[in-house]
Design a protein around this ligand. Structure first.
Ligand SMILES: [Zn+2]
Length: 480
C-alpha cells in the first residue's frame, strides 16, 4: 500500500498533461489500476483513490481556470535544478550540490514566464516567504536560459481554486535569494544537530543514532517485517477506532477541514492552550481568577463556563513557581526507539518540567466525569502507558534524578493529581501489556480496512470512505 499521498495524483496529472488523455479517461485508469497506472509501485488504499480523484478534479479545474488568463503556458516535464560543482571536495566532503523544488512546472512558449505550482494536502495556505522564494529561485535559474518573470502558485488539494500567486522578476529573485535563501541553505548543509522526532521514520542514521534512546520496549510483541514506523498514542487510538481512519488521517495526512469538531474536544484544547500560554515563560502560580486565553473566549457560553471552571480547578494543582526548567517547542516531543520492532514511539506531554534533578511528564485531561475506576489508570489513559515506556527507555541518559509522570484531571466540579513512577517494574509490565495490545494488530495490518461504526459520525476522512458513508446513511434511515 503506498504511503506517498500525492503519488497517484501526480501520476494522474502526468497523463493529462503529457499524454493528452481526457480527464474522465484518467479517472477511469486511476480506479482500474488502483493508482499505479501500470507502473511498478504499490497500489493505493480505496480511500486514497477517492481522495486522489477529488484532488485531480480540483487541480484540473484550478489549472484550466488559471490558463484561461494565461493561454501561452505549457507543462514542463523535466525538473528544474540548480547545480553547484566544486573542482575538489570541499570541507564538508562534497563536490556537487543540487537545489530542486518539488511541484508542477509550466512555462510560456517563448520561455519569458515560468510557473512553479506547490501542492499541499488541504486548502491552499500561504507559505513563508523563504519557501516561495526558494521555489522561484529554482524555477528562474534551474533550467536553460533565464525567464523574465516567475510565478509561484499555491494549490491545495481540497480546493478547485489555486492561489495566492506570488510573482517576481528574475532580477528580484536573484537579489532576494542571495540575501535570504543562500544563508539558509548554508545553515542546512552545515547543520549537524540531531533532533529525534517524526523524521526518524526515514532516517538511515537511526540504528546508531546517539540522540535516540533505544530498547526492547515490547518484548511480547512478535517482530513483523515492514518499514519503520513512528507511533504515538493518537496513532494507536485512531487505529483502534478504525484502521482505514488511521491509514488515511495519520499516515497519509489527509483530512476534511470542513468538519466541525466535537464540543468536548474544543473545550479541552482551549484549556490546554491557556495553560500552555501561562506556563511558558511564567514563573508564578496560576490563580483561580486569572484571565483565560483567546481560545476560551471564543467558545459558546456554556462551554466557556465549563472551561473557566476547569481552569479555576487547575490553580490547586499548578506546579509553579516550584519549577526549575520547562521544555517547549520540539524539545517537548519525546521519543524512544524499539529497535527490535523498528518502531519509534513518540509522545508530547502537555507540560514537561524539571524540579531539582527530576523531570516530570504531565498530562492534563479534561472531562465532565471522573475517570472509571474499574480499570487501571494506564489502561484508562494509554498516554500514561506510553509515557512509562518512553521514559523507562530514556532513563539512563537524561535524568539522573529519575523521572515522574503526573496525570492532572480537571472537571468542572473537581480535580485530582495522580502519579506514576516509570522506574516501577510493575508499571512497566502493565504499560507493555497496554501498548502491546494496541500495537500488535497495527504492525500486522497491510490492508487497513474500514470498520464502520459510531465513530464515522465525527470522522475526518469519511468523505473518502464509501463504507463509512453507507453505514451512516443506513443508520439514519433505520433511525427515522
Ligand atoms: Zn498553572
Amino acid at each position: 500500500m503506498t504511503e506517498f499521498t500525492l503519488g497517484p495524483l501526480m501520476a494522474a496529472l502526468d497523463l493529462a498533461e503529457f499524454a493528452n488523455r481526457a480527464d474522465a479517461d484518467v479517472v477511469k485508469s486511476l480506479v482500474r489500476t488502483r493508482g499505479t497506472f501500470g507502473a511498478d509501485r504499490p497500489p493505493a488504499h480505496a480511500g486514497l483513490i477517492r481522495w486522489s480523484i477529488d484532488a485531480f478534479r480540483n487541480y484540473r479545474t484550478a489549472w484550466l481556470t488559471h490558463r484561461a488568463a494565461a493561454p501561452e503556458l505549457v507543462p514542463v516535464r523535466s525538473p528544474w535544478k540548480i547545480t553547484h560543482r566544486r573542482d575538489a571536495v570541499d570541507q564538508r566532503g562534497v563536490s556537487r550540490y543540487e537545489q530542486t523544488c518539488w511541484g508542477r512546472r509550466y512555462q510560456s512558449v517563448d520561455d519569458s514566464v515560468r510557473e512553479m505550482w506547490l501542492l499541499s494536502l488541504a486548502a491552499p495556505v500561504e507559505r513563508p516567504e523563504i519557501v516561495t522564494l526558494a521555489a522561484a529561485n529554482v524555477a528562474a535559474f534551474g533550467g536553460e536560459g533565464v525567464p523574465e518573470k516567475v510565478r509561484v502558485v499555491l494549490f491545495g488539494a481540497t480546493s478547485p481554486v489555486a492561489g495566492p500567486v506570488v510573482e517576481r522578476t528574475a532580477a528580484q529573485i536573484r537579489d532576494q535569494a542571495q540575501e535570504k535563501v543562500a544563508p539558509k541553505l548554508v545553515e542546512i548543509v552545515d547543520g549537524t544537530a540531531r533532533h529525534p522526532g517524526r523524521d526518524c521514520v526515514s532516517c538511515p542514521e537511526v540504528p546508531a543514532c546517539p540522540a535516540l534512546a533505544a530498547a526492547d520496549l515490547l518484548p511480547a510483541v512478535p517482530t513483523v517485517p515492514g518499514p519503520r514506523r513512528t507511533l504515538s498514542v493518537t496513532d494507536l487510538r485512531y487505529y483502534r477506532s478504525c484502521p482505514a481512519k488511521y491509514h488515511l488521517r495519520r499516515q497519509l495526512k489527509v483530512r476534511d477541514t470542513g468538519l466541525v469538531e466535537g464540543r468536548p474536544v474544543l473545550v479541552g484544547r482551549a484549556v490546554d492552550e491557556t495553560l500552555r500560554e501561562r506556563h511558558t515563560g511564567g514563573a508564578r502560580r496560576c490563580r483561580p481568577g486569572d484571565a483565560p486565553g483567546g481560545d476560551v473566549a471564543m467558545l459558546p457560553e456554556d462551554d466557556r463556563r465549563t472551561a473557566l471552571e476547569m481552569l479555576a480547578k487547575h490553580a490547586a494543582l499548578c506546579p509553579f513557581p516550584d519549577v526549575d526548567e520547562v521544555q517547549d517547542g520540539r524539545h517537548r516531543f519525546l521519543v524512544a526507539h524499539d529497535s527490535r520492532l523498528d518502531v519509534v514511539f513518540g509522545g508530547t506531554p502537555d507540560l514537561l518540567y524539571r524540579r531539582g534533578s527530576c523531570w516530570v511528564w504531565r498530562e492534563t485531561k479534561t472531562s465532565r466525569r471522573r475517570l472509571r475506576r474499574d480499570r487501571s489508570l494506564l489502561r484508562e489513559v494509554p498516554q500514561l502507558a506510553l509515557a512509562v515506556l518512553i521514559l523507562s527507555a530514556r532513563a539512563s541518559e537524561d535524568s539522573p534524578g529519575g523521572s515522574r509522570i503526573e496525570l492532572e484531571q480537571l472537571r468542572p466540579d473537581g480535580c485530582a493529581l495522580e502519579e506514576v513512577d516509570p522506574a516501577d517494574p510493575a508499571q512497566v509490565a502493565e504499560a507493555q501489556e497496554v501498548i502491546g495490545e494496541l500495537v500488535e494488530p497495527l504492525l500486522r495490518d497491510t490492508a487497513f480496512a474500514p470498520t464502520p461504526g459510531d465513530d464515522c459520525a465525527q470522522c475526518e476522512v469519511r468523505r473518502w470512505c464509501a463504507p463509512g458513508v453507507e453505514y451512516l446513511t443506513a443508520n439514519r434511515r433505520s433511525a427515522s
